[in-house]
Design a binder for this molecule. Structure first.
Ligand SMILES: Cc1cc2nc3c(=O)[nH]c(=O)nc-3n(C[C@H](O)[C@H](O)[C@H](O)COP(=O)(O)OP(=O)(O)OC[C@H]3O[C@@H](n4cnc5c(N)ncnc54)[C@H](O)[C@@H]3O)c2cc1C
Length: 328
């Protein structure tokens, strides 16, 4: 702790607040810590200066992976390792297990939670830097200013949302159950992510004051095939350069395709999904539709390892999911 103490202000040092129930955590308010793998580097770099950190590790209502009334009920405090290794999830919601298995590194997966993954900060090369480096520039949207360093005439923050788990959960129409100001809500996950994204593009101290308890993922039709694909520079640790999740259409529900790490939030590729549903279309034609749709919908910026032009080349990686169209 001494080394950390030198780097950050006393006021942001974690206070050992460890509630045992969601209600108790809610009363304590402030900033929640799942595994801390996303937020701790931001506190250390003084990009965020939240005080009163509330550790969720012992909150029992945030735990558990079970089937409940036709849904997977997934505790927000479950670690990515537990999700990756859960037999039920692997069998019925394979894209969720696959996404968990390739997020970050094994060490991070052992403590990082699915709640923290979905609520992770959006990232940008001008924001995820130490305080000295950033002192050369003015304040951007995320640090309380009114400027996007990437796209100076942009009216909003263009930092990218890199969550691997969100892409996978959204492809199955997941819902989120959360507490906000003492009231329990259950909404489509897409809606909660939308609110998080908007709040997260403003000063970080204005983060969304919600405590996610569980995710509910509807049971997939028995004959539905689904999968997740991620491309990153170093597969053992890096954030995605792009990710995709797909469910193939069945009589019970149509195909759905989500792309992540290409914009401020996950992008639903509904034109591509419609073509996917048609079945008769060739792989080449489907890939062309997907690339054209992503060119319209992606909001690209300069990233640590890649610029927008090279990133556009990665749109074609959707093809890695096409074997699902030809199971035989
Ligand atoms: C080297 C490195 C590589 C990484 N690679 C990836 C990657 O490939 N893919 C990827 O998606 N992520 C990656 N991450 C980001 C992060 O580690 C993971 O997203 C992880 O799952 C975050 O979970 P956590 O519990 O540690 O989050 P925390 O850091 O604890 O929390 C993150 C945010 O979520 C909020 N939060 C946490 N739990 C809740 C809750 N129950 N309700 C409401 N808010 C909550 C916190 O307040 C905080 O704002 C990487 C991080 C590092 C350091």
């Amino acid at each position: 702790m001494t080394a950390v103490r030198k780097g950050i202000q006393e006021s942001v040092l974690p206070r050992n607040i460890m509630p045992r129930s969601a209600e108790e955590a809610l009363q304590l308010g402030a900033t929640y810590i799942g595994g801390g793998t996303d937020i701790m580097p931001l506190l250390k770099h003084r990009v965020r200066n939240d005080g009163n950190l509330v550790f969720l590790k012992d909150v029992s209502d945030l735990k558990g992976i079970r089937e409940e009334d036709g849904f997977l009920s997934l505790g927000a405090g479950e670690t990515l390792s537990d999700i990756e290794n859960n037999a039920l999830i692997r069998e019925k919601w394979p894209a969720v297990a696959e996404a968990a298995s390739v997020t970050a590194s094994p060490q991070i997966r052992n403590i990082g939670t699915v709640g923290g993954n979905v609520m992770q900060d959006r990232r940008c090369i001008y924001f995820n830097q130490g305080v000295l480096w950033r002192s050369n520039f003015g304040l951007c949207f995320k640090t309380g200013g009114t400027l996007c360093m990437q796209i100076p005439n942009s009216k909003v923050c263009r930092a990218i949302y890199y969550s691997d788990m969100a892409t996978a959960l959204l492809v199955y129409d997941a819902e989120a159950e959360y507490l906000e100001e003492g009231v329990l809500h259950r909404v489509p996950l897409q809606e909660l992510i939308g609110r998080h994204i908007r709040a997260n593009g403003l000063a970080c101290s204005k983060h969304l004051p919600v405590l996610i308890r569980r995710f509910f993922v509807p049971e997939a039709p028995g004959d539905e095939r689904s999968a997740f694909y991620k491309y990153s520079m170093r597969s053992t640790i890096d954030f995605p350069l792009i990710n995709f999740a797909v469910r193939c259409g069945t009589d019970a529900r149509p195909a759905k395709l989500i792309a992540g790490a290409v914009s401020v939030e996950p992008v639903e590729l509904n034109e591509t999904a419609e073509k996917w549903n048609e079945g008769a279309v060739t792989d080449d034609a489907l890939q062309a539709v997907c690339e054209a749709e992503l060119k319209k919908k992606a909001l690209l910026i300069k990233e640590a390892l890649i610029g927008p032009n090279n990133k556009r080349e990665m749109f074609r990686l959707v093809r890695m999911l096409f074997p699902l169209r030809h199971p035989d």
